[in-house]
Design a protein around this ligand. Sequence first.
Ligand code: HMG
Ligand code: MG
Length: 311
Amino acid sequence: MASLRNGAGPFFRREGDVKVRIVEVGPRDGLQNEATPVSTQSKAAFVASLAAAGLHEIEATSFVSPKWVPQLGDAEELWPRLPTGPLYSALVPNLRGLERAVGLGVRRIALFTASSDLFTKRNINMTVEESLAVAGEVIRAFRKSVPEGFVRTYVSTAFECPYAGRMAPSVTAGVAGRLHDLGADEVAMGDTIGVASPSEVRSLASTLEVPLSKTAWHFHDTRGTAIANVAACLELGYSSFDSSAGGLGGCPYAKGAGGNLATEDLVYFCSREGFETGVDLPSLARASLPVLEAVGRSPFARAQLAVLAAS
Ligand code: HMG
Ligand code: MG
């Protein structure tokens, strides 16, 4: 684990490594929860604005069943319209989704399961064990057709399930370890309903057996604890975080899931703490305005509001 320098200057800054990696999930996690349909053209323009603001990794859409998530049913139309530059990933739930994605040239896939059967049954109609079997099949097939591809995975309800309650860190860590053993390049720990606090993050981190460099954290900010959790992760030496521009987000199959950690809040906090994100905050603050308007919402992310008020 990286050692921390606790002296003058930003508390969390580590010698020799001051970069934070952001995976922008707004076009996928942000929009999947919105009932008002957003046009493919608006989605492509949203992604282009995010890329122009300096976001280098963007989860652009899902190849899930359009019956389950109608908002992202236009993945085939959207993918060819994405501007070149960033690394794009897409959510894939099964072999059918993989076939659709690979057919379009997708090189980074994101698979998802959870620590709770009650959640996976509602979200993907499988038990956790069944979903791990499917993940294994999908990873093997993907490696065959795209050997240089990247496999991101998610463990949802990493801290608490809206249906089963609190999750023991050992259960979540067990699922994360299984995904890693299946050959995932990265495992993202998902606080799907935004309940966790820093001590829970530390407790889970201490039981994880996935290497630090292959672990990302995916916080939702339902109760305002996401930035405190990021701070705890940074102290522990983690540097990969998912967030959503404008704080859009949620999961249609998780009762009470609020928005994701806003990318604006993450970028502000990290840069104020001396970490590089490569993102231009004023450009980012404007990037989500058209989609927010399209879904009938006013901006609500705190750092976004502050930047807009000052400009
Ligand atoms: P199912 O109904 O059990 O599956 O759904 P099925 O195999 O019986 O298929 C039903 C129909 O969907 C069939 O069509 C299939 O062909 C079709 P029909 O015969 O009725 O015409 N189908 C598909 N179509 C397109 N693409 C596919 C596909 N697969 C089947 N890939 C399934 C099972 C997994 C498909 C479904 O439950 C599903 O798509 N779920 C996705 C739900 C979702 O996207 N949830 C949100 C993402 S997870 C999340 O947000 C959490 C995260 O952000 C991290 C965190 O915050 O914790 C990642
Ligand atoms: Mg999420």
